[in-house]
Design a protein around this ligand. Structure first.
Ligand code: UDX
Length: 466
C-alpha cells in the first residue's frame, strides 16, 4: 500500500521504516529540512538499535523516501499516519497540540479525493473530536477525510521490535460515523502482523486516546509504587529488590516495571501523566487523577534522594568533590536525555558545588547540548579519574558489568553509589569499595537479573519474516 507518515521523530521515523519493511511504499514527511536530509541519506538522527539497517535497506529498495512537502504527501497516498510530537506545554502541564494542529493544517487543504488520517501521537482525550471538526473546515469541497486514532506503544530502545511485533493494535474511529474504511485499511496495512495472532482492538476515538495515556499512567504508577516502598525499605533496612522479586511472582502483579531506583524519565511517562491529570482537571474530574500528582512527586523525590545519598557517601557535602556520573540517557539503549533522572542528578550535584564529570555510551552529544555546564568524558574510566565517588545513574550493560579493578587505580576514593540497584554489591565490597544503593541495602546478587533482562534488539523484522 502507499502510505505517508507525517512527523519523523522517534515515533514517525521508526513507523515509516517499519511500514516499508512490511512491504508498503512509504513517504515520510517532516518540516525539519535537516532531519529529512539525514533520513534520506539513511542516517537515523537518534540512537535506536536496529533502525538504521531497516531504514537503509528500504531506502535502497525504493520503498521509503522522505520529504518536507505536504503536497507530495497528498499526491503519494490516501492513507496518512500522523506521528508528530505532543510535548508538555512550556508553562503548564497540558499537552501542547501545536504540532498536531500544524500537521493537519498543512496536509488537509492540499488533499484531493478520499483520504484516511490515522493519528498515532499521544493526545488528550477529546483531541480526535476536535481535529475532525478542524478537518471538516479545512478540507476542499468534494474531499472526504476520515480520521482514526491508533496509538503507538513503542518503547525507545525497542522501537523496531515494538512496531513489528506489537502486543496489540488499537484503532479508534468516529463513534458517530456510519461507514468507516479505517478498520479494513488497518487490517490490510498490518496483515502480516495480525496473522501472527496480534489482537486488533476496535473502538471509538475517546477509548483509543485513553488507552495510551492509561497504559503510561499505569506504568508510571507501578514504578512510583515500588519507589515509595523503597523509601520505607530504606528506613527499616529491608531490600526492596528482593521484595519486588517476591511480589512480582504473583502473576496479577508481575515483576516487570518494579525496578526501584532513580525512577522514570524520558519524553513520554513524565509529560503523559501530567497531561492526563491536566485533561481530567479540564473535564471537571479534579480528584480522579489526583494520585498521579503523587506518582510524579514520588518520582521527582528520587532525584533529590540520590543527590543526598551521594553527599552522605562522600562525608556529608559534595562541595569541591569530584563526582563521576556514569549514564546520562533516561534509560539504557537510548541517547534520549529528555527529563533524564541521570542528568538531573548530575546537574543538582554540580549546583551543590561538586565537580561533576559525566560519561554515557550514546547520549554525550545530547547531554552537552542540554547541560553544557557539566564536564563530559570519553569513557567511563576517564569520568572516574580522581573521583571521590562514582555514581551509576543509567544501567547501561557496560556499567552493570564493569569490575572494580578497572577503576581501583583511577579513582581517588573507592566509593560507588548505585542509582539503579543494578550492581553486584558483594563484588564491590569484596574489592574494598564502599557500596551505597538508592532505596536501601541490596542483598543477594543483583547483577544476574539485569543480565537476564538484557535484550539484543534490532532484528525483529527478520524474525517476523521467519
Ligand atoms: C514508555 C512506554 O513504555 C511506552 O509503551 C510508550 O509508548 C512510551 O513511553 P519509554 O519512554 O521508551 O516508553 O521508556 P520505558 O521503557 O517505559 O521506561 C521509562 C522510564 O522508566 C525510564 O526512565 C526507566 O529507566 C524507568 N523505569 C522503567 C524504572 O525506573 N523502573 C522500571 O522498573 C522500569
Amino acid at each position: 500500500m502507499k502510505l505517508t507518515v507525517i512527523g519523523c521523530g522517534y515515533l514517525g521515523a521508526t513507523h515509516a521504516a517499519c511500514m516499508a519493511e512490511l512491504g508498503h511504499d512509504v513517504l515520510g514527511v517532516d518540516v525539519d529540512e535537516a532531519k529529512v536530509e539525514r533520513l534520506t541519506a539513511g542516517e537515523v538522527p537518534f540512537f535506536e538499535p536496529g533502525l538504521q539497517d531497516i531504514l537503509r535497506r528500504n531506502i535502497a529498495s525504493g520503498r521509503l523516501s522522505f520529504t518536507t512537502d505536504h503536497r507530495a504527501a497528498a499526491a503519494h497516498a490516501s492513507v496518512h499516519f500522523l506521528g508528530v510530537g505532543t510535548p508538555q506545554e512550556p508553562r503548564g502541564h497540558a499537552a501542547d497540540l501545536g504540532h498536531v494542529n500544524a500537521a493537519i493544517d498543512a496536509l488537509v487543504p492540499v488533499l484531493r479525493g478520499d483520504h484516511l488520517i490515522i493519528g498515532k501521537s499521544t493526545v488528550p482525550v477529546g483531541t480526535a473530536t476536535g481535529l475532525a471538526q478542524r478537518i471538516a473546515v479545512l478540507a476542499a469541497d468534494g474531499v472526504a477525510v476520515e480520521l482514526a486514532w491508533s496509538p503507538e506503544f513503542l518503547r525507545e530502545g525497542f522501537a523496531v521490535e515494538d512496531t513489528l511485533t506489537p502486543d496489540r493494535i488499537v484503532v479508534g474511529t468516529d463513534p458517530a460515523g456510519t461507514t468507516s474504511s479505517a478498520v479494513p485499511v488497518i487490517r490490510d496495512i498490518y496483515r502480516e502482523i495480525l496473522e501472527t495472532g496480534v489482537p486488533l482492538i476496535e473502538t471509538d476515538w475517546a477509548t483509543a486516546e485513553l488507552v495510551k495515556v492509561s497504559a503510561n499512567a499505569f506504568l508510571a504508577t507501578k514504578i512510583s509504587f515500588i519507589n515509595a516502598i523503597s523509601e520505607l525499605c530504606e528506613i527499616v533496612g529491608a531490600d526492596v529488590s528482593t521484595l519486588a522479586d517476591a511480589i512480582g511472582h504473583d502473576a496479577r502483579i508481575g515483576r516487570r516495571f518494579l525496578n526501584a531506583g532513580l525512577g522514570f524519565g524520558g519524553g513520554c511517562l513524565p509529560k503523559d501523566i501530567r497531561a492526563f491529570t491536566a485533561r481530567a482537571d479540564e473535564l471537571g474530574a479534579h480528584r480522579t487523577l489526583g494520585f498521579l500528582r503523587e506518582v510524579d512527586a514520588i518520582n521527582m523525590r528520587r532525584r533529590t534522594a540520590m543527590v543526598d545519598l551521594v553527599s552522605d557517601a562522600v562525608g556529608g557535602d559534595v562541595l569541591g568533590r569530584n563526582i563521576a556520573v556514569l549514564g546520562a540517557a533516561f534509560k539504557p539503549e537510548s541517547d534520549d536525555v529528555r527529563d533524564s533522572p541521570a542528568l538531573s542528578v548530575a546537574g543538582q550535584l554540580a549546583l551543590r558545588g561538586a565537580s561533576v564529570t559525566v560519561f554515557d555510551p550514546k547520549a554525550l552529544e545530547n547531554s552537552r547540548r542540554t547541560y553544557p555546564m557539566l564536564a563530559y568524558a570519553s569513557s567511563g574510566a576517564d569520568a572516574c579519574d580522581r573521583a571521590d565517588a562514582v555514581v551509576v545513574a543509567t544501567e547501561w550493560a557496560e556499567f552493570v558489568h564493569m569490575s572494580p579493578d578497572e577503576l581501583d587505580e583511577v579513582v581517588r576514593a573507592k566509593v560507588i553509589v548505585d542509582g539503579r540497584r543494578c550492581l553486584d554489591p558483594q563484588m564491590w565490597l569484596d574489592a574494598g569499595w564502599q557500596y551505597h544503593a538508592i532505596g536501601g541495602p541490596v542483598t543477594g546478587r543483583r547483577r544476574e537479573r539485569h543480565t537476564a533482562n538484557a535484550h539484543v534488539v534490532g532484528h525483529a523484522a527478520q524474525t517476523l519474516r521467519g
